[in-house]
Design a protein around this ligand. Structure first.
Ligand code: ZN
Length: 689
């Protein structure tokens, strides 16, 4: 007891030292008005329990620009919409206040908790509303608890049910596709539209959905609002502006939910966040990314992140220990930091033991060898799939989900069936311990399976919600608690679950699958709006390298070599090694920088360029590409710089260095030395000291 107490005290002292002071937040509850004010030094959000007992969102506005205000629709707006048998909790539900209070939370945050119970006493709501130091955003989440002996049956849930006053404004919306239909349906294209007159923004988000779980809006004066939600299942986001009614309606109903809560049981309502920005879509993306890094995403544990990595997929399923050792030795010489064995190492999909024919010395011996070379060791793991002939399905044929997604001819498992997820937890921990792995490359086909079986522990209509929260999220959260040093990469043959729940659990995600330099740059172009750049990892398969190829894969998160290294020519290995050094010198800049999309989406017929601007140093790095059918470029205007400063402009390949003013760079731009097709250049722009 004495030990525990002193431990707690020490913990408190440490927390007090790292948390912000109250003065940087204005979190205030007016008990007379029953009104909550939540503000940091940048933005303020207001909620109230009005005279009728309705819990309402009142508005969210900038403290520095009175035009950037998103006030509730006069008829009333609630951040909660839950319905089921005999009840609907929305803006007209009457509640009593059970408790409220504020507390400091990790990551420089402050939270109001609000406990409400409806007057008919059908459920109790535990609401949490948060803000973070220096972040122009508010995050909202809630839990619903059944407080009665009778079951509470929930059949509908809207994650983002806000009604906002139009106030005579017009709105443009911006959304981003995820990778779907194997890239043919979507590869991170961006969609812009002017809302109204029947035009809505639709965001079909989550695993096997079509768009990233994010949108940005802005009015004609570039006052902007963005929103994101933390749910891996499918939800149907809608942004609808009715200019006649002066109503901007947001919604994100969960596609399928069917949960019966026994007395004392709770339903977690996925979190959403709203943020403010002023400017263009690049600014919307940057502000979103900084908030996600500050408050939502799982931090990378290593300051070297994003790693340079190697992946075995170019060998397909034809792996063996000797080949992998040869690759590992060369990889270490190139400066690669993480060595990952892709699909094909196990006896079968679902039978997660190393194939003894391919690994006669055992997987642990290979892991030890990789570690001895100074690299981290990772394994591919498609845990939601199992071959029909794998022992787990022979013994438990009913563990299949009713819908089969045929990942490499395997069958699909239902993660929300309790015995399945418990078996998987044990398998994952065993893998990590027996093979000493540092990194899991999660793969699969639709991580949130549809399953309407009546023999499973979930309701037949609940697999969208249950497979996401009780299945996938539960499994990764339990593994993370028990093996916190292991890092997770998200992949479903591409970035097909681009949600902020994903960022909470994984340190990176693939975007385009292994699909070539052009599709990879196209994916990075779109994904670098809603997601921090570390959530854009890229697979480079080519055995023969040119700077056009290496640089097409260089911008973003982990840079993953997928080459057969022993087959590469000396000059290619030499180029790879120098490009790895170059990447490492830039990765911190790109991880923290603001992405400027200097051209349109990459295409074969035109030059494309992307810039990372690093606010703390005032420097910029520009990547420019001339694809096979693009005419020679003229100059390229750079962005984000200070007009009044002088800058050194240095070209990586030609070595040419010149001085230019910020005004010249912003107005006239830089020359691009892209004299031949399939060429690329990197330009460093640094303010003169
Ligand atoms: Zn099931």
């Amino acid at each position: 007891m004495g030990l525990l107490r002193s431990g707690l005290l020490t913990g408190c002292v440490i927390l007090a030292a790292v948390l912000p002071s109250w003065g940087q937040f204005n979190f205030n509850y007016d008990a007379g008005q029953r009104r909550w004010t939540l503000a940091n030094t940048i933005v303020e959000a207001n909620f109230a329990l009005n005279a009728e007992g309705n819990f309402r969102f009142e508005g969210f506005h900038s403290l520095h620009n009175h035009n950037n205000a998103w006030m509730a629709y006069p008829a009333g707006s609630s951040p909660l919409r839950i319905d089921g048998d005999g009840f609907l909790f929305d803006q007209n539900t009457q509640y009593r206040l059970v408790a409220t209070g504020r507390r400091q939370i990790p990551r420089n945050g402050m939270r109001y908790f609000i406990v409400l119970e409806d007057l008919e006493r059908r459920g109790r709501l535990f609401i949490e509303i948060e803000m973070y130091l220096g972040q122009p955003a508010v995050r909202f989440s809630a839990r619903l608890r059944n407080v009665n002996p009778q079951p509470l049956h929930v059949t509908g849930l809207d994650i983002l049910p806000l009604a906002i006053a139009g106030n005579g404004r017009s709105f443009r919306s911006f959304t981003v596709e995820q990778w779907w239909g194997g890239g043919k349906g979507g590869n991170f294209q961006v969609n812009q539209r002017t809302l109204g007159e029947g035009k809505q923004a639709i965001i079909y988000s989550g695993a096997y959905g079509q768009q990233c779980s994010w949108f940005a809006l802005r009015d004609a004066r570039n006052n902007g609002l963005f929103a994101g939600w933390e749910f891996d299942g499918r939800a149907i986001g809608v942004v609808d502006h009715d200019p006649g009614k002066e109503l901007l309606q947001l919604a994100a109903p969960v596609e399928g939910i069917d949960r019966t809560l026994a007395q004392g049981e709770e339903l977690a309502i996925p979190a959403f966040f709203l943020g403010l920005y002023e400017g263009d879509w690049d600014e919307a993306g940057y502000v979103t990314q900084r908030f996600v890094e500050a408050a939502v995403a799982h931090p990378a544990s290593d300051s070297r992140f994003p790693y340079v990595s190697w992946d075995s997929w170019n060998y397909d399923l034809y792996l063996d220990e000797a080949t992998l050792r040869r690759n590992a030795r060369i990889a270490a010489d190139l400066g690669i930091e993480l060595f990952v064995i892709d699909l094909g190492w196990a006896r079968q999909i679902g039978d997660w033991y190393a194939d003894p024919r391919k690994f006669p010395s055992g997987m642990r011996a290979l892991a030890d060898y990789v570690h001895s070379l100074g690299m981290k060791f990772g394994l591919h793991f498609a845990f939601a799939e199992a071959a029909a002939s794998s022992p787990v399905l022979l013994e438990n044929p009913d563990w299949r989900s009713s819908e089969n997604y045929h990942y490499f001819s395997a069958d699909s498992l239902c993660l929300s069936h309790r015995p399945v997820r418990e078996w998987l937890l044990a398998q994952t921990l065993r893998l990590i311990d027996d093979y000493d792995i540092d990194w899991i490359l999660q793969d699969g086909e639709n991580m949130v399976k549809k399953c309407v079986k009546t023999t499973h522990t979930h309701a037949p209509g609940d697999s969208n919600y249950a497979n996401a929260t009780d299945g996938l999220d539960w499994l990764i959260d339990r593994v993370r608690e028990q093996r916190p040093k292991v890092e997770w990469e998200n992949c479903e043959d591409g970035g097909n679950m681009m949600t902020y729940s994903m960022t909470r659990r994984y340190v990176t995600s693939i975007n385009a699958d292994d699909s070539g330099p052009m599709t990879t740059r196209q994916a990075v172009y779109g994904a670098s709006y809603p997601f921090p750049t570390r959530y854009m990892d890229r697979y480079m398969p080519n055995t023969q390298l040119t700077p056009y190829i290496t640089r097409s894969y260089m911008f973003g998160g982990p840079w993953i070599f997928m080459n057969r290294l022993p087959d590469m020519r000396p000059q290619d290995l030499q180029l790879a090694a120098s490009e790895v050094r170059l990447y490492k010198s830039m990765r911190e800049h790109i991880r923290e920088g603001k992405v400027f999309h200097l051209t349109g989406r990459p295409a074969e017929t035109r030059v494309d360029a992307i810039e990372s601007y690093h606010a703390a140093t005032g420097s910029a790095i520009v990547f420019a590409y001339r694809p096979g059918s693009a005419p020679a470029p003229r100059s390229l205007r750079v962005r984000g710089l200070n007009r009044a400063l002088s800058y050194e402009v240095r070209y990586q390949d030609s070595g040419r260095t010149l001085m230019m003013t910020g005004a010249q760079l912003l107005d006239s731009g830089i020359d691009l030395n892209l004299t031949s097709v399939n060429s690329a250049e990197i330009i460093f722009i640094t303010p003169e000291q």
